[in-house]
Design a protein around this ligand. Structure first.
Ligand SMILES: Cc1ncc(COP(=O)(O)O)c(C=O)c1O
Length: 426
């Protein structure tokens, strides 16, 4: 092959890419825009627009209330069945509604109630803050008898399994972790963590927000207990699309839902005055699901299912390695350091690059007046440029051009033209 550091090489890799045809299934409004957001919001699938038009005009506009029986009532469970195939769960173990934070709250509450005689929750200091806020709130609501202990990362990039092993004890009720860390992309070994928890009769609750649609997940093979995850990142469900939750079958009856609303009731339309929980996964619903955004998920999931998680992972690893080799050749002498694990087995589908001027470099990348076009990464405090690889639409050429643009911005100090004041959403 030619020298890695040429656009011809990048184009050749795109030509050989067996998933390249999936890019056409997404709206690419501006072909010169390089979208490497990592990954807070996936692109819009072409079919989503048409499908939502149908949902809004036909199902809501014309069919009105009748659509509840014909299309909407079972939608949370139908989307759950599709997601189950992507995360190695059974169809009746996953349901979609509410946000990731709310789902995490419900399942963590259920776990702590079930383990009433235990007082410790374990998480880590690289977890998504909302997950830690939920635990802090729960501790208050449950009377303050629990303690949240955080496994500390030695370098802000990875977490040490042997340190985690030393932390788990008889008082541990719950271990709650992000399978892929939102900043560094560190990927936990789900089987090992689950086995460790079970040796101590503790439960594990996984946050799969950066895993679902990005890395293959086998919840049942790992013996996992509980999981949640969002659908707007690698599943491309759109901004604010609802989250999923997974409860393994054996736990469904024993776990209590703290928000027992009518959608979790056995028969909401009997309007019984006393709550009788549904059988199975449905009992973890609470109120009316967000029907419109839930329906946007339907065509989006079909694309991921068609491509298959193994192929997606293969391309994600190949593109991450390609990105890393370009970083080593072009950026390491310019003050860029890797903020993600070196080994692809320990990474999800994004990479963080650290630089003292990370924020202003991101600003320059997104400026249409710089280089050949806009590059969209995202910035994570204090100094991370997060680059997401979404194999269904990311091209090798995108990666090549983005790295070269970053090189020019750093070399020419173009970032000095931007203020360091943070936007509300970074
Ligand atoms: C890992 C992780 N967990 C939880 C959340 C919060 O999700 P939600 O806003 O759906 O509650 C996010 C949001 O980006 C996330 O990345």
């Amino acid at each position: 092959m030619d020298n890695l550091n040429t656009i011809a090489h990048a184009r050749e890799l795109d030509r050989l890419d067996s998933l390249a045809r999936f890019r056409k299934q997404f709206l690419i409004d501006d072909p010169s825009l390089i979208y490497l957001d990592g990954n807070s919001l996936g692109r819009l699938p072409q079919k989503t627009g048409e499908h939502m038009e149908l949902v809004i005009r036909e199902q809501w506009g014309k069919n009105l209330i009748r659509s509840w029986n014909e299309h909407w009532y079972d939608q949370s469970a139908r989307m759950g069945k599709k997601i189950a195939q992507l995360i190695g769960a059974d169809p009746d173990e996953v349901i979609v509604s509410d946000s990731t934070s709310v789902n995490l709250y419900k399942l963590a509450y259920g776990a702590l109630k079930l383990m009433e005689d235990r007082t410790e929750i374990i998480s880590d200091d690289m977890n998504f803050p909302s997950d830690l806020y939920i635990m802090q709130g729960l501790i208050k609501q449950l009377g303050g008898k629990h303690k949240l202990n955080l496994l500390k990362s030695p370098d802000g990039i990875s977490l040490d399994m042997s340190q985690l092993t030393r932390m788990v004890k008889q008082s541990t009720a719950l271990i709650t972790l992000s399978h892929v860390a939102y900043k560094s992309s560190f990927l936990y070994d789900m089987e090992r963590v689950t086995e460790l928890a079970h040796q101590h009769d503790a439960l594990v609750l996984w946050d799969l927000s950066h895993s679902a649609g990005a890395v293959p997940v086998s919840l049942n093979r790992a013996g996992a207990d509980l999981a949640v995850g969002c659908t707007y990142k690698y599943l491309n469900g759109g901004p604010g699309s609802p989250a999923f939750l997974f409860v393994k079958r054996e736990l469904q009856e024993r776990l209590e839902n703290p928000i027992q609303g009518w959608f979790g009731e056995r028969n909401p339309f009997e309007f019984n005055l006393n709550y009788r929980e549904s059988e199975g996964i449905r009992k973890f619903l609470s109120g009316t699901p967000p029907v419109i955004s839930l329906s946007g998920l339907d065509p989006a999931l079909d694309i991921v299912l068609e491509a298959g998680m193994e192929s997606i992972r293969q391309k994600s690893v190949a593109q991450s390695e390609y990105l890393l080799s370009l970083v080593r050749q072009n950026l390491t002498d310019l003050g860029i350091q890797l903020g993600s694990p070196e080994l692809s087995e320990r990474r999800g589908s994004h990479l963080s690059l650290k630089h003292d001027e990370a924020y202003r470099i991101c600003k320059a990348l997104t400026d249409p007046g710089v280089g050949d076009g806009v590059v969209i990464p995202d910035f994570r405090e204090p100094n991370n440029i997060r680059l997401g690889i979404s194999p269904l639409y990311t091209t090798y050429e995108d990666i090549y051009r983005a790295i070269l643009q970053m090189k020019e911005i750093i070399l020419e100090k173009l970032y000095e033209n931007y203020p360091n004041t943070r936007d509300q959403v970074t």
